[in-house]
Design a protein around this ligand. Structure first.
Ligand SMILES: [Zn+2]
Length: 265
C-alpha cells in the first residue's frame, strides 16, 4: 500500500510537472472507480491545475475553477504518465502539450477511488483524518494528547488514520524499530520521554524515506511501493541492522508486523 513517503514524493513530482497546465480531455476508463456523481468528469475539462496536495494517503488535484479531484489509492492504486501493461486503467487526464496522466490500479481490486468535489469536507473519510505528520498541526503536544487514554498497542495506534494520517503497515514497523519499541507495547505504558522518542522516530523515518524515494525516482515519478530501504518490514529471518538478532514476524490475516525481538522493547 502506498504510504505517506510514496505519495509525498509522487505529489511533489506531479506538481512540478503539471502545475498551471490545462486539462484538454478527461476519460473515465473504469466506471466504478469514480465514486462521486454530483459532478460529471467533464467539469475538469479546460481546468488549469493550481496545485497537488496530499492529506494522509490521499492525493488532491486542485484546479483554479474550484473543482478538486481526489485520488485514494488504497492498496494498489497509483499514478503514471504511461499506461503500464500490468495495471488496470481507471481514469486518464490529458494535459496540454500531449501529456497523459493515468490513474491506475495494479490488480483489479476495485478499491482505488476517484472523487470529484468542490469541498473536501463533504467526504466523510476526509473529515475523520487525523493530522498529517508533515503538517504543522502534528506536534509533540498533539501526539502526547492523542496517545493518552489509548488502551491498544503502539502499532494499532500508528496505523489508525484518525490519530495520524499517512502511516500504514510498513512505515509503522519502521518507526517502531527506529524508536526501539515493541509493536505490542501498550500505549498507556509510555512515559513522557517515550512519547518524545516516538515523535522523533516518526519524523526521522518519514523524512529519510522521502529523501530515499526522491533519489530513486531520478527525474521522474517514484516507483510504485519501493521498499528496498526498509530495515524490518518484510524482513523476517534477516538480521536486525542494529543488533543482529533475527527479525520476527507476527501475522494477522495477510497483514504482517515485523520487529526485532531483542532491541525493541
Ligand atoms: Zn535488534
Amino acid at each position: 500500500m502506498p504510504e505517506l513517503p510514496d505519495l509525498e514524493v509522487l505529489r511533489r513530482r506531479l506538481e512540478k510537472e503539471l502545475r498551471e497546465s490545462r486539462v484538454v480531455d478527461v476519460e473515465v476508463l473504469k466506471d466504478r472507480a469514480l465514486r462521486t456523481r454530483y459532478f460529471k468528469p467533464a467539469v475538469l475539462k479546460k481546468g488549469v491545475l493550481l496545485e497537488v496536495s496530499r492529506k494522509g494517503k490521499n492525493l488532491v488535484f486542485e484546479f483554479h475553477s474550484g473543482f478538486k479531484l481526489l485520488f485514494q489509492p488504497l492498496l494498489r492504486g497509483w499514478v503514471s504518465f504511461e499506461m503500464p501493461g500490468d495495471a488496470v486503467p481507471l481514469m486518464k487526464l490529458s494535459f496540454e502539450g500531449d501529456r497523459d496522466l493515468y490513474f491506475i490500479e495494479y490488480e483489479d481490486k476495485g478499491m482505488a477511488g476517484l472523487y470529484i468535489v468542490r469541498k473536501l469536507e463533504g467526504l466523510n473519510f476526509m473529515k475523520k483524518l487525523g493530522p498529517d505528520p508533515l503538517s504543522e498541526e502534528f506536534t509533540l503536544d498533539y501526539l502526547a494528547g492523542a496517545i493518552r487514554g489509548r488502551k491498544n498497542g503502539l502499532k494499532s495506534f500508528l496505523v489508525d488514520q484518525k490519530a495520524i494520517a499517512g502511516v500504514g503497515n510498513a512505515y509503522a514497523d519502521e518507526i517502531l524499530w527506529e524508536a526501539e519499541f515493541s509493536p505490542f507495547r501498550n500505549c498507556t505504558d509510555l512515559s513522557e520521554e517515550d512519547v518524545e522518542r516516538l515523535f522523533r522516530a516518526i519524523r526521522t523515518v518519514l523524512d529519510s524515506a522521502i529523501s530515499v524515494l526522491e533519489d530513486v525516482s531520478g527525474g521522474g515519478l517514484p516507483p510504485f511501493e519501493y521498499r528496498e530501504h526498509l530495515k524490518v518490514h518484510r524482513r523476517e529471518g534477516q538480521p536486525c541492522p542494529r543488533c543482529g538478532a533475527a527479525i520476527k514476524a507476527v501475522y494477522e490475516g495477510d497483514r504482517g508486523t515485523f520487529f526485532c525481538p531483542e532491541c525493541q522493547r
